[in-house]
Design a protein around this ligand. Structure first.
Ligand code: ADP
Ligand code: ZN
Ligand code: ZN
Length: 727
């Protein structure tokens, strides 16, 4: 980096814009001069775009020909720490730096300044309540009456701008001033914490002693052991030091319980950063992060890119969760990027999980990360008892999935007024719909996926692209009437069986497609926690940190699901999911029982779950990965070629595979081209090359050299996926 940090008026400077250009643009510093890192508005063709002053101009264009920066925005300049982070993250993920700036400036209205945003609130009830108008009003209700921009309304309500404008003209919407950006209320770390157990207190002390310096700690403890209580003490310590803290959560729609816990601990709610937040909220948080006027941010992975003034702690809760890997646009893993950012900010990282990723487990094993274990569950002596229900000898009647053993256990819970959870990680009614006459299966016309029947929606739906279609009465292929027929269980079908088996019981279903909004889902979760259901049926949605105090039984309908994904991570995922779900049972004073229905009670993963031997499981997995040279013991990168033409994608893939000297020079192996794990999405074919290299190999440098000058033909696009999740 250059030592120069400010530029006199008229001096040429290099500006990074968030436009898809792989270079800096040169401009003249404006009248008041400019500083390194200043956020600026610059002309680009006929438009004005957001940019960031990155250094001295590089081009040799005569100064007088350069256009001037239009305006320096009234926000603190980007700090060196964030600039360095964006550069390093771009290098690591092989993404253009401009895309990184895009991630770091996704705060609408930065540009226009607070007063220039037009927002609306509901006014008089509309004279005529059309469907579209009703949806608009519902959106306001969903946001608790917050003022919303036209863009927010049209997107959330799926209406055109003219619906909004007509409603405004008729007084059904009232134009309001966008509220000025308010600092966040102060959190008070000196409020008393809960009384920690000895185990918890010891862990909290260790984390506190590691504050103010870079280091990564894996905080491992079974669900309910109090990991959250412990890391909130690390947050308290960070706040006491006057630094900012960030807590990343995987399933952002489900944070209400978490926000309440923060409020109980620190007296106020933190800043929230996620896609469900309004633009006004996001702009406010972006500014306040930069001004140091928000102490704690709770958010989704993109909160990593906020311009914190002084970030002292990053917590990644449920660190093993697959949603931390962004799989569209910039392909980055938030866990790894958090470690990078923390190393630049001299911040502490806490990775919390009951079932850590093999990567983090191995890093703790090798001493790269610290490790802290919470052994006991708080207030409960033991983990739930785990038992396998061997289905091999049993023949369940057609369309039934609940075995006698499981039924008896649920009966017992009903008699004791306790809750049972039936877990099945399959949305919809049945995973496959097939023709009895000819065997035809209905597939998505756009993707390489089957259409899943959803009775609740009364549609078929593709879980890859979301496309829906009516459920046909006749086979689309052989035209036989009434021949289409569901195979296998989904949560909706399980619900049918449950209601038929226990007609008196109150049944609640938790599946992401049954909830139109995050709020409805939160209400449902609160109702279950409050005891308003006897039997809960859920997909993986329930596996994530909720407290259901009355729950004492978890029945896993198909524990074998996912053991044969043809994917090296399948065992790891199954292990994590079943352990997490089983941890829902008996969290407080009542002991829990987890029953796993399986056809393979002797499978090593099922055995590890039953015996509670996590370390044994990880050691076995690690040995297998190491023998194969797979991550974390080797490195992988994917090259995804997507195109409307399968042939073009394969041609480019073959060309790349055959001209790969830079990769061969570092001893890497190339596999493919082959159809990608998701081979077709929204009508585009996806082909993948997989590159495998030794752990210390300079993989990124070799790939950069290899791909230099490659211009994908037609509409073919090339994306690099460093450390792919699926292999
Ligand atoms: P984890 O994050 O490991 O799943 P939590 O921190 O959510 O565990 O704790 C599980 C439950 O036990 C929560 O309801 C929490 O409030 C409660 N709990 C944990 N530790 C304590 C404590 N020391 N005092 C009181 N309640 C606690
Ligand atoms: Zn047919
Ligand atoms: Zn599809």
């Amino acid at each position: 980096m250059f030592a120069v940090t400010s530029f006199a008026p008229g001096q040429p400077v290099a500006v990074l814009t968030a436009q898809p250009l792989d270079r800096f643009l040169d401009y003249r510093a404006p009248e008041g001069g400019a500083r390194l890192g200043d956020f600026v508005e610059v002309p680009l063709g006929p438009r004005k775009v957001l940019g960031c002053v990155w250094g001295e101009a590089e081009g040799d264009f005569p100064v007088e020909k350069l256009r001037p920066i239009t305006r320096v925005l009234d926000v603190p300049p980007m700090r060196d720490e964030l600039r360095e982070f964006l550069v390093r993250a771009a290098d690591y993920t092989l993404t253009p730096l401009s895309l990184m700036l895009f991630l770091a400036t996704r705060a609408p209205g930065l540009f226009s300044g607070p007063q220039m945003i037009r927002v609306y609130r509901p006014g008089e009830p509309p004279a005529r309540l059309t469907e579209a108008r009703k949806r608009v009003l519902d959106v306001f209700e969903g946001y608790g009456g917050a003022a919303l921009t036209v863009g927010e309304i049209t997107r959330a309500a799926d209406v055109t701008g003219s619906v909004v404008h007509t409603m405004a003209a008729q007084g059904a919407l009232i134009e309001a001033e966008a509220p000025k950006d308010q600092p966040y209320p102060l959190l008070d770390p000196s409020l008393p914490s809960k009384t920690l157990s000895d185990d918890q207190a010891a862990a909290a002390e260790v984390l506190k002693s590691r504050a103010d310096a870079f280091g990564v700690t894996l905080l491992k403890g079974v669900t309910g052991s109090g990991k959250t209580e412990v890391y909130l003490e690390a947050v308290a310590e960070c706040l006491r030091k006057g630094r900012q803290a960030l807590v990343l959560l995987p399933e952002i729609g489900l944070t209400e319980g978490f926000l309440e816990r923060v409020e109980a601990r620190f007296g106020q709610r933190p800043g929230e950063w996620h896609s469900g937040a309004t633009m006004t909220e996001r702009r406010r948080l972006w500014r306040m992060a930069g001004e140091g006027r928000v102490q704690l941010v709770v958010g989704a992975r993109s909160a990593l890119f906020l311009p914190y003034r002084d970030l002292g702690l990053i917590v990644i809760d449920e660190e093993h969760d697959g949603s931390y890997k962004q799989d569209e646009g910039v392909l980055y893993n938030a866990r790894d990027m958090a470690v990078l950012r923390a190393s630049l900010a001299q911040a502490q990282v806490v990775l919390a999980s009951a079932t850590p990723s093999l990567e983090s487990w191995a890093n703790a094993q090798s001493g790269k990360y610290h490790r802290l274990d919470l052994h006991a569950r708080f207030g409960v002596a033991e983990l739930p008892e785990m038992r396998a229900l061997d289905l091999r000898g049993q023949k369940l009647p057609h369309g039934r999935w609940i075995s006698e053993g499981l039924k008896a256990a649920v009966d017992e819970r009903l008699a004791n007024k306790e809750q049972s959870l039936l877990f099945l990680n399959r949305r919809g009614y049945a995973p496959v719909t097939t023709c009895r006459a000819c065997g035809h299966q209905i597939a998505c016309s756009q993707c390489d996926a089957r259409m899943v029947e959803h009775r609740f929606l009364n549609r078929l739906m593709c879980h890859q692209c979301g496309a829906t279609a009516p459920i046909p009465t006749a086979c689309p292929d052989c035209k036989t009437e009434g021949s289409m027929h569901p195979i296998g269980p989904g949560v909706e079908r399980l619900e049918e069986e449950t209601r038929a088996t226990w007609p008196e019981a109150r049944v609640a279903v938790l599946s992401s497609d049954l909830f139109g909004s995050a709020r409805a889902l939160k209400e449902q979760i609160a109702a279950i926690a409050g005891g308003e259901a006897d039997i809960v049926i859920g997909t993986q949605l329930v596996a994530k940190g909720h407290n259901f105090p009355l729950l004492t039984l978890v029945g896993v309908i198909d524990a074998d699901l996912g053991l044969h994904g043809g994917d090296l991570r399948a065992a790891e995922r199954t292990f994590q999911l079943i352990r997490q779900v089983a941890g829902r049972a008996g969290r407080h004073d009542k002991p829990g029982l987890a029953l796993l229905q399986t056809h393979q009670p002797d499978h090593p993963v099922i055995q590890a779950i039953l015996s509670g031997d996590d370390e044994g499981f990880w050691r076995a997995e690690a040995a297998e990965r190491e023998a194969l040279g797979m991550p974390p013991y080797g490195r992988l990168a994917g090259i995804i070629l997507s195109s409307s033409s399968l042939e073009q994608a394969f041609d480019l893939g073959n060309h790349l595979a055959m001209n790969a000297d830079p990769l061969l020079a570092i001893g890497a192996q190339i596999f493919g081209p082959a159809p990608a794990p998701i081979a077709r999405v929204r009508g585009r074919h996806r082909v993948r090359l997989l590159i495998k290299a030794a752990k210390g190999a300079p993989l990124q440098a070799a790939i950069r050299q290899w791909l230099a000058g490659i211009k994908p033909p037609g509409d073919t696009r090339l994306a690099v996926d460093i450390d792919p999740q699926n292999f």
